[in-house]
Design a protein around this ligand. Structure first.
Ligand code: FAD
Length: 548
C-alpha cells in the first residue's frame, strides 16, 4: 500500500494539537476522535491580528506552497489533508528498510543555475542535496544496441549521430543546438528575485531560445519522429515517450534536456518524501498548521461566498478557501457542481489526462550500481496484465543505487513504473472482492518480476521484498481523478493554456496545483502557490514578501 503508516498516524497526534495551538486556534476545544483532533462544528478560524484566515484543502506541494507564502505575508492558514503525510503525489514509502520512491525523476530548479531554485529555497527545499544527472536514461533498442541519453549536448549529439545515417545530420544538429540554447536560457519563475547576472544571461540567450517557443513549441513529437530518416534513430527517440504522448510539443523535451545540461534538473537525495517533508517543515515553522486524516467533503458557501469546509471530522470556517486538491472533485463533489467556469469545463470535457500507474517497488539483495540508474528495454514476450486489458511490449526500471538512504547497506531499492488507463478495473475489483484484488496484485508482481528477469537474469532471485501500488492505491491516497499521476497531458493545444483559478459566481475561493497547469509537475505547484499569495496580498493592499 502506498504511504500508509499506522505508527505515524498515532505519533502525529501531539504534534497536530500543538500545531493548532501555535497557530492561534486557542478558542478551539480539541477532542480526539479516532486518533485525530476533532474540530468542533462550525468553529471559526480566527484570523485575529494575523490577518485573514485561509483554509487550504490538500497538503500536496501546491497546498503547502500556498500556505507557506501566505503565512509569511500575514495570513493565518490551516491545511487539511485526507492522508497521513505531506506531499500528495510527491511521495515515497518505507518498507523493511527500503524506501520506494513514487515520484521525482527530475526536478527543474534543483540548483541555483535556474531562477526556479529561488522558489524551492524559499519553500525550504534548498537545504537538500541534489544529484544532477550525467546520463538521464538508457534505452535498449530492438537490435540490442543501447541508446544513452547524455545530458551533455555534445555527447547527446554524438550519440544521436552514432545511431543515425547521414540524412539525419541537419536535424540532429538543430536538436542539439536547441538543447544548448535552452541550457543557456532560463524561465524566470520568480521575477522579483531575478539577479542582474541572471537577467543578463536570459537576455543574451533570448535570440537562441526564441525558436524553441515558436517552431518547436508547435511541433508535436510524432511529427519530429516522422521527419527522421533512420528507423533506428526514430526508435531511439520514441523510447523517450510513451505511445499516448505523440502530441507532446518537442519544446518540452528540449527544455528538460536543456535544464539537465545546465545541471538544474536533478534528484533530491532522500527522495520525494524528504523533498515534501522539507517544505512541510518550513510551513510549520512559519506558524502554519495541518490536520492530516481530514477528508473534506464539502465547501461551505453562503451568499455566493466560500465561508468554510466540512467533512466527517468537523466543520471549519475561514475568510478564504483554497482548493489544492483534485480540480474535478473540487468542482463536482465539494461544490456540488453549482459553480463552474467555461475554461475548466472545456478542460474536463476535452483535455487528455496523464494515465494512472502501477508502481512496483523492489527490495533487492545485492549491489546493482553497475546497472544504469534508469533503463528501459523491449520485452521478449508481451507482458499481459489487468485480466488481459493491458499488454506491454517494453518496460523500464530505476535502480536507486545513487541514493544511499534508499536501501540497507549492500542492498538496492528499485522501482518499475507502468502506465495504465484501466483505473476502474482496479477500483471496481477492490470494491467487489478484496481477496481477488490482492490476488491480482500478487499475480501482477509475479509477471512483472518474470519479465524483468528475462532481461536482467538473476534479478528475480535477488527480490527479497516487493510492493505494488495500483491505480486504486493512488486514488485512495491522493484522490486524483482516475488516478492520474500528473494532471493534464501537455499537448500542442494544452501546453501553456491558462486555466482559471476561480469559479464564476463564487467569491472567496481559489484553486491551484497540477490540474490548473497542463503538463503538471512540481515547479508549477511552487510557482502557483507563490503567485496566489502575491495576488491575495495585492487584494489586501499590502506588499508581498517571499523571504521568511
Ligand atoms: C510516479 C510519479 C512521477 C513523477 N515524476 C515527476 C518528476 O520527476 N518531476 C516533476 O516535476 N513532477 C513529477 N510528478 C508529478 C508531480 O508529483 C505532481 O504533478 C505534483 O506533485 C502535484 O502536486 P499537487 O499539489 O498539485 O497535487 P497532489 O500531489 O495530488 O496533492 C493534492 C493533495 O490533496 C489531498 N486531497 C485531495 N482531496 C482531498 C480532500 N477532499 N480532502 C482533503 N485532502 C484532499 C491529497 O491527499 C493530496 O495530498 C510525478 C508524479 C508521479 C506520481
Amino acid at each position: 500500500m502506498l504511504n500508509y503508516s499506522h505508527a505515524l498516524q498515532l505519533n502525529s497526534i501531539p504534534y497536530k494539537v500543538g500545531a493548532l495551538a501555535r497557530a492561534g486556534f486557542k478558542s478551539m476545544s480539541i477532542r480526539l476522535y479516532c486518533g485525530w483532533p476533532r474540530l468542533p462544528q462550525g468553529e471559526p478560524v480566527q484570523g485575529g491580528t494575523m490577518g485573514k484566515s485561509v483554509l487550504i484543502i490538500g497538503a500536496g506541494i501546491a497546498g503547502l506552497a500556498a500556505g507557506s507564502y501566505l503565512q509569511r505575508n500575514g495570513f493565518t492558514t490551516h491545511i487539511f489533508d485526507q492522508h497521513t503525510l505531506p506531499g500528495g503525489l510527491c511521495t515515497a514509502w518505507e518498507r523493511q528498510g527500503y524506501r520506494f520512491d513514487g515520484c521525482i525523476h527530475w526536478l527543474m530548479g534543483s540548483s541555483p543555475r535556474s531562477n526556479m531554485h529561488h522558489i524551492w529555497r524559499e519553500l525550504g527545499a534548498g537545504e537538500l542535496n541534489y544529484l544532477e544527472w550525467d546520463i538521464f536514461t538508457v534505452i535498449k533498442l530492438s537490435d540490442g544496441d543501447r541508446f544513452t541519453v547524455y545530458t551533455d549536448p555534445d555527447r547527446f549529439e554524438a550519440e544521436l549521430s552514432r545511431l543515425a545515417g547521414p540524412d539525419d545530420s541537419p536535424l540532429i544538429k538543430s536538436i542539439a543546438a536547441a538543447i544548448r540554447n535552452m541550457s543557456r536560457f532560463d524561465l524566470p519563475a520568480a521575477w522579483d528575485k531575478l539577479t542582474l547576472p541572471e537577467a543578463a544571461r536570459i537576455l543574451f540567450a533570448l535570440p537562441g531560445a526564441l525558436p524553441i517557443f515558436g517552431t518547436w513549441m508547435k511541433l508535436p513529437i510524432a511529427s519530429l519522429l516522422a521527419r527522421i530518416a533512420s528507423p533506428k534513430l526514430r526508435e531511439a527517440l520514441s523510447g523517450l515517450y510513451s505511445g499516448d504522448m505523440g502530441d507532446f510539443p518537442v519544446a518540452g523535451l528540449f527544455m528538460m534536456l536543456g535544464f539537465m545540461s545546465k545541471k538544474s534538473c536533478g534528484y533530491p537525495l532522500g527522495g520525494s518524501s524528504a523533498f515534501a517533508r522539507s517544505i512541510e517543515k518550513k510551513y510549520l515553522s512559519l506558524g502554519g498548521s495541518i490536520s492530516y486524516g481530514f477528508r473534506v467533503d464539502r465547501i461551505l458557501v453562503e451568499n455566493g461566498k466560500a465561508v468554510g469546509i466540512a467533512g466527517e471530522k468537523g466543520e471549519l470556517r475561514g475568510d478564504l478557501v483554497i482548493s489544492a486538491a483534485d480540480a474535478h472533485d473540487t468542482v463536482e463533489r465539494l461544490l456540488g457542481g453549482r459553480y463552474r467556469s467555461p475554461g475548466l469545463d472545456k478542460a474536463f470535457a476535452s483535455f487528455r489526462r496523464f494515465p494512472s500507474l502501477l508502481l512496483l517497488g523492489l527490495g533487492l539483495k545485492g549491489d546493482f550500481s553497475s546497472y544504469p540508474h534508469s533503463y528501459s528495454f523491449p520485452l521478449k514476450q508481451p507482458l499481459v496484465l489487468e485480466g488481459g486489458e493491458l499488454t506491454l511490449l517494453g518496460m523500464g526500471i530505476r535502480f536507486f543505487s545513487f541514493d544511499p538512504g534508499a536501501a540497507p547497506a549492500g542492498k538496492t531499492a528499485a522501482m518499475v513504473m507502468i502506465s495504465t488507463t484501466n483505473d476502474s478495473w482496479w477500483t471496481e475489483l477492490r470494491a467487489r472482492d478484496r481477496s481477488a484484488y490482492d490476488a491480482a496484485k500478487e499475480e501482477s508482481k509475479r509477471r512483472i518480476i518474470a519479465a524483468l528477469d528475462s532481461e536482467l537474469p538473476g534479478i528475480a532471485s535477488a527480490v527479497e521484498y516487493s510492493d505494488l501500488s495500483t491505480p486504486a492505491t493512488l486514488i485512495r491516497y491522493t484522490n486524483n481523478w482516475h488516478g492520474s499521476y500528473e494532471g493534464w497531458l501537455p499537448t500542442i493545444k494544452t501546453m501553456g493554456a491558462k486555466l482559471p483559478r476561480t469559479l464564476d459566481g463564487l467569491a472567496g475561493f481559489y484553486m491551484l496545483g497540477q490540474w490548473l497547469n497542463p503538463g503538471g509537475g512540481l515547479p508549477p505547484c511552487g510557482i502557483d502557490g507563490r503567485r496566489l499569495a502575491k495576488r491575495l496580498c495585492q487584494a489586501e493592499g499590502r506588499s508581498f514578501r517571499a523571504d521568511a
